[in-house]
Design a binder for this molecule. Structure first.
Ligand SMILES: Nc1ncnc2c1ncn2[C@@H]1O[C@H](COP(=O)(O)OP(=O)(O)OP(=O)(O)O)[C@@H](O)[C@H]1O
Length: 244
């Protein structure tokens, strides 16, 4: 197996519902893959199957022997009355050395916040501390499930830029789910469009123009890659056009 993880003809049934069917996915070292799909299309279920939290009813999941997954959750609630610094948070539940913690926080872009209380961090800084925690085991696959929910668009764009830099410096593959299609797709090598099955996949531009993708997301502002590839050689007659 050349990839980090391979799913072959994977099907997942939860309760009576077939949530995923005929999923073939292979993740290569260092690539950034984004999963897009409408609500309830099985994105989280696919991530959880990859992590190993869900066993598929059909097909096969093969993991590389050296696969190390770092997982950044959507949100983590910390009791605001609980005093805990970012540095100490990284030592939960397993203690890590100051050096390891410092390096992870710096890599995630929050080196300066080590001694700050978690409750005092901005939304973007908080998510970066979660990212730092996911980096502690030197992952070769980083998985992010809606990690920028609650951040504004510039905040999300910054966060995904950080992810790209991490991929470049650490060489880890990245698999992420996000609703911010144009922000997240611009940072991706490959996009998988999911709706229970894989509707289409490929480079962001290919997926954005695929009829299956347009049927799900439309071709206006929300479905377009306008921020990614702004074409100035056409006339602007649509009011819903994104401008950089
Ligand atoms: N434990 C469960 N038992 C039965 N059905 C479930 C279970 N967990 C999820 N589902 C159903 O599976 C489908 C896919 O859910 P999933 O959370 O994977 O979708 P999603 O694409 O991540 O959605 P969203 O974008 O809203 O987060 C949904 O219809 C959901 O109701």
């Amino acid at each position: 197996m050349s990839g980090l993880i391979e799913l072959a003809h994977v099907g997942v049934q939860l309760g009576k519902k077939t949530v995923l069917q005929s999923i073939d996915v292979s993740i290569q070292p260092g690539e950034i893959i984004t999963i897009v799909g409408p609500n309830g299309s099985g994105k989280s279920t696919l991530l959880r199957t990859i992590i190993g939290a869900i066993r598929p009813n059909k097909g096969r999941v093969t993991r590389a022997a050296d696969l190390r997954i770092g997982y950044v959750p959507q949100k983590l609630h910390i009791d605001p009355t609980l005093p805990i610094t970012a540095r100490r948070f990284l030592s939960l539940p397993t203690a890590v050395s100051d050096n390891v913690a410092k390096q992870a926080l710096e890599r995630a872009g929050v080196g300066a916040q080590a001694q700050q209380q978690m409750s005092d961090l901005s939304g973007g800084q908080f998510q970066r501390v979660l990212l730092a925690r996911a980096l502690l085991n030197e992952p070769n696959l980083l998985i992010l499930d809606e990690a920028t929910q609650g951040l504004d668009q510039p905040g999300s764009a910054d966060f995904y830029q950080q992810i790209e830099q991490l991929r470049d410096s650490l060489g880890c593959a990245v698999l992420m789910v996000s609703h911010e299609l144009h922000v997240v797709m611009s940072a991706s090598d490959r996009v998988i469009c999911l709706n229970g099955h894989i509707c289409c996949e490929g480079e962001p531009e290919h997926v954005a123009s695929a009829p299956e993708y347009r049927a799900l997301f439309g071709s206006g502002t929300h479905g377009s890659l306008a921020l990614y590839r702004h074409d100035h050689n056409h006339s602007h007659d649509h009011s819903d056009h994104d401008h950089v």
